[in-house]
Design a protein around this ligand. Structure first.
Ligand code: ADP
Ligand code: MG
Length: 646
């Protein structure tokens, strides 16, 4: 019996999403049932676990199941489970708001999604669970009672801006979601979700592997021959039919399971709507016995880089669900991997604390990691297109492993690919880079920064371009972190071209260059000393450069110093760092530099010269994509100079 009915507003994003659902012409409306069944199945898993862990919880777990109930006259379909249920608070939190992380991203995309195709893609990408009911229903009622609570909750919405919520008594434990099917689908047998035939087909297709029985009452006409040759007796009997086979896919061998079955299972465990890029079944016998079924998604989720995002591997013990996002089973940098691990020898009582210490779990994690990496390696060698899709979606995450997983570093380096000056469109692996190295080239050169364009135009690149030496262009924030801590690949040192001295000449060239440079250094000694004083605040040394061909100057770090971008990242994360001074390198052939030398020789105390020095330094900072300490002052000095030059 309803007591007080309260009307509430959907949170703005939830409303937008509902709107999208209601007006969607999503081509695959049948998937709403997969989502509701998936939720029901989760709820049953949770109940079994909670009943096991909390002996005080008085619940009957002997007959856990999902029922589909149809009322043809009222045109309703109900999906009912006797699982964990929800409290009133949970209903408001879980159903009334879009608590998922990545909501900001979704909001932005919703605004952009102008046409049906775009919103269809969005539905697919975001993986919209419960709300998908509104693809087929114009009204949805959810009645639920949480295990261990007395009072139930009734939630109802027509999918507009509001929903109602009320306390109800005498509700069975668990959740029943009743869809009032849209009238416009009434005459289309393709969308007849009151037909047993249709429901059987959808369950078979999308939810066959669900471990709990999905049942439906079927009316059958039964004909028995009449007694003594009389009229046959025709009667209608109601039978309960179980629609799914319930076989755990991970316990079956790969050739017994179809691609479609794997794909649907992936959607269930990952709560995603994309197709898996790679399916990895595993089985280990011996000391630590387990079965695993892992998936590499084809699309990165919105929350891949968000703090609250979850890892994607579920832990089962002997077919019993134990926990979602079991972080202990997969390293952080493989957090996009989804799936199930079913361990045979763990206690059903394991807690997260125990898992962290468990030798068996650690062994499994090592094996899973190796297997995922070897699968990726195979992609790289055998299916470049797939590998590229993978790397474009997840490369940034995988590279975190170069810092955190020293054991697998070599494999990870071999797996990584990067932009490079060798090819504008396709990325290169380090092995491919090494193959292209010039005679006498000993190092692998790279430059880090924010964009390909910025790096290509950087003054640091000039000598390398002139000599035709390939440089890797590293533009992900994580590149700053690992590149300075990974010393080598395949015996070749990894070297930033923005640090240290560059030396690209052959032995003969070197000698000639050495002599020329000594000469020049004598010529420029006065200027270099003076500039070091004048720019003392910003730099620690001024020297002549062998890396510049067209720019007048550039700024370089010591071989082991932090790059400015890394410094910015540290500061942005709130770490206090001492100010870092770098080195100013001058191009002795540039007219600005030679002109400055002449001017300095003639009138060393002209204040205009100090301004030119500042501008020279400022342009070097800007050219490498850096930020000026005082951009207003730089602009003023430049404007004054320009005015005088007219
Ligand atoms: P997801 O399943 O990806 O979390 P959904 O939109 O499908 O997203 O469901 C939102 C949440 O609502 C679920 O995480 C769950 O906590 C709750 N929920 C949905 N259906 C049920 C159900 N039948 N029983 C208990 N809780 C449910
Ligand atoms: Mg769901």
């Amino acid at each position: 019996m309803s007591t007080h009915v309260e009307q509430r507003e959907f949170q703005a994003e939830a409303r937008q999403l509902l709107d999208l659902m209601i007006h969607s012409i999503y081509s695959n409306k049948d998937t709403f049932l997969r989502e509701l069944v998936s939720n029901a199945s989760d709820a049953l898993d949770k109940l079994r676990l909670e009943a096991f862990q909390d002996k005080d919880l008085q619940v009957d777990t002997s007959d856990l199941h999902i029922d589909l109930e149809v009322d043809k006259d009222k045109r309703t379909l109900t999906v009912r489970d006797n699982g964990i249920g929800m409290s009133r608070h949970e209903v408001i939190d879980l159903i009334g708001t879009l608590a998922k992380s990545g909501t900001g991203e979704l909001r932005r995309k919703l605004k952009e999604a102008k046409d049906a195709a775009a919103s269809e893609e969005l539905i697919g990408q975001f993986g919209i669970g419960f709300y998908s009911a509104f693809m087929v229903a114009d009204n949805v009622t959810l009645v639920t009672r949480r295990a261990g609570e007395e009072t139930g909750t009734r939630w109802e919405s027509g999918g507009e801006s509001t929903y109602t919520i009320a306390a109800v008594e005498d509700v069975p434990q668990g959740t029943a979601v009743t869809l009032h099917l849209k009238p416009e689908d009434a005459d289309d047998h393709l969308f007849d979700y009151t037909s047993a035939h249709k429901l059987r087909e959808i369950v078979k297709k999308y939810s066959d592997f669900i471990a709990w029985p999905i049942r439906m009452e079927i009316e059958r006409t039964k004909t028995t021959p009449g007694a003594d040759g009389g009229e046959p007796v025709v009667e209608t009997v109601v039978e309960t039919e179980t629609l799914n086979s319930g076989k755990a896919l991970w316990a079956r061998s790969r050739d017994e399971v179809s691609e479609d079955e794997y794909n649907e299972f992936y959607k269930h465990v990952s709560h995603a709507w994309d197709e898996p890029l790679e399916i990895i079944p595993m089985k280990a016998e011996g000391t630590f016995e387990y079965q695993a079924l892992l998936f590499i998604p084809s699309q990165a989720p919105f929350d891949l880089f968000m703090r609250e995002r979850k890892s994607g591997v579920q832990l089962y013990v002997k077919r019993v669900f134990i926990m979602d996002d079991c972080e202990e089973l997969m390293p952080e940098y493989l957090r996009f991997v989804k799936g199930v691990v079913d361990a045979q020898d763990l206690s059903l009582n394991v807690s997260r604390e125990i898992l962290q210490q468990d030798r068996q779990i650690r062994a499994i994690r090592r094996r899973l990691t190796k297997k995922v990496l070897s699968t990726l390696k195979e992609l790289l060698t055998n299916d470049r297109d797939k590998y590229r899709t993978f790397w474009a979606e997840f490369g940034r995450v995988v590279k975190e492993g170069l810092i955190s997983d020293a054991d697998n570093r070599d494999t990870l380096l071999a797996l990584s690919s990067f932009d490079s000056t060798a090819d504008e469109d396709t990325q290169t692996t380090l092995a491919e880079y090494v193959e292209r190295m010039k005679d006498g080239q000993e190092d692998i050169f790279y430059l880090t920064g924010e964009s390909r364009q910025q790096l290509e135009n950087s003054p640091h690149m000039e000598a390398f371009r002139a000599k035709g030496i390939e440089v890797l262009l590293l533009t992900d924030p994580v590149d700053e972190m690992w590149a300075s801590s990974v010393p080598e690949f395949d015996g070749k040192a990894l070297r930033s071209i923005a640090k240290g001295e560059v030396d690209l000449d052959s032995e003969d060239e070197k000698k000639a260059a050495e002599t020329a440079r000594e000469e020049k250094e004598k010529d420029f000694a006065g200027l270099l000393d003076w500039l070091k004083d004048a720019l003392d605040e910003h730099i620690k040394e001024v020297r002549l450069s062998s890396r510049l061909t067209t720019s007048p100057a550039c700024i370089v770090g010591d071989t082991f110093s932090m790059s400015p971008a890394l410094e910015r990242m540290y500061r942005a994360s709130g770490q206090a760092l001492p100010p870092m001074k770098r080195i100013l390198e001058l191009n002795p052939d540039h007219p600005l530099v030679t002109g400055l030398r002449t001017a300095h020789a003639q009138r060393s105390d002209d204040p205009a010269l100090a301004e030119t020095a500042e501008l020279l330094y400022g342009t070097a900072v800007l050219a490498e994509g850096g930020e000026l300490d005082d951009p207003a002052r730089f602009a003023r000095l430049l404007a004054d100079k320009l005015a005088r030059s007219l």
